[in-house]
Design a protein around this ligand. Structure first.
Ligand SMILES: CC(C)(COP(=O)(O)OP(=O)(O)OC[C@H]1O[C@@H](n2cnc3c(N)ncnc32)[C@H](O)[C@@H]1OP(=O)(O)O)[C@@H](O)C(=O)NCCC(=O)NCCS
Length: 155
């Protein structure tokens, strides 16, 4: 069963390991991103103390398998916008992330927009977002290229 829990500082090693993975680096990471356990620890401390950030671990039968992170911003007329990122460690290809995102989205009861930026080569993530009802709103063609997707919640 998939569930979510808040991240803790003790999860820094897991985050490091997942972000050190070759598929993660190719599909989801900026080439200049420096991944260390200390960096993950700092990120987690920052997220825990920031009311405008959600950082959740995805659990499969209570064991951590990935994460969802959302940074929330107020965009004037558009309203509250959350920029989301997510990844699984090794448990890919079974639809776990879709279930986890649905759990997260179902907890949102006030009108918001969720945005995600996805590299053009990341077909699994694009398919995942489109399956959840996200629409592609923008395409960047710098270097690797990336699409921005958007979803209005609650659905
Ligand atoms: C993106 C990610 C979280 C998806 O994990 P997942 O829940 O296991 O998703 P799945 O592998 O089940 O794939 C999701 C959908 O994409 C499809 N898909 C997977 N690989 C694909 C490919 N190479 N081409 C086209 N579609 C693909 C699946 O068939 C599935 O489609 P469905 O929802 O219609 O059944 C996972 O691949 C991951 O962690 N990737 C590395 C990190 C990452 O890319 N994060 C996102 C940054 S934007």
């Amino acid at each position: 069963m998939i569930s979510l829990r808040d991240i803790t500082e003790a999860d820094a090693g897991l985050l490091y390991m997942w972000k050190d993975d070759a598929i993660y680096k190719e599909m989801a990471s900026h080439p200049e991103y420096i991944n260390t356990v200390e960096k993950q620890q700092e990120d987690i401390e920052c997220a825990i103390t920031d009311p405008d950030q959600d950082y959740k671990l995805i659990l499969l039968d209570n064991e951590p398998i990935g994460y969802i992170r959302v940074g929330w911003y107020d965009y004037g007329d558009v309203g509250r916008v959350g920029w989301i990122s997510y990844a699984l460690g090794t448990h890919r290809g079974c639809g776990h992330c879709r279930k986890a995102l649905n759990i997260y989205f179902d907890q949102i009861t006030t009108p918001v927009q969720i945005n995600a930026t996805v590299y053009t080569i990341n077909l699994a993530s694009q398919q995942l977002l489109e399956g959840l009802g996200f629409k592609r709103i923008h395409t960047y063609m710098k270097i690797t290229g990336a699409h921005t997707y958007s979803l209005s919640l609650p659905r």
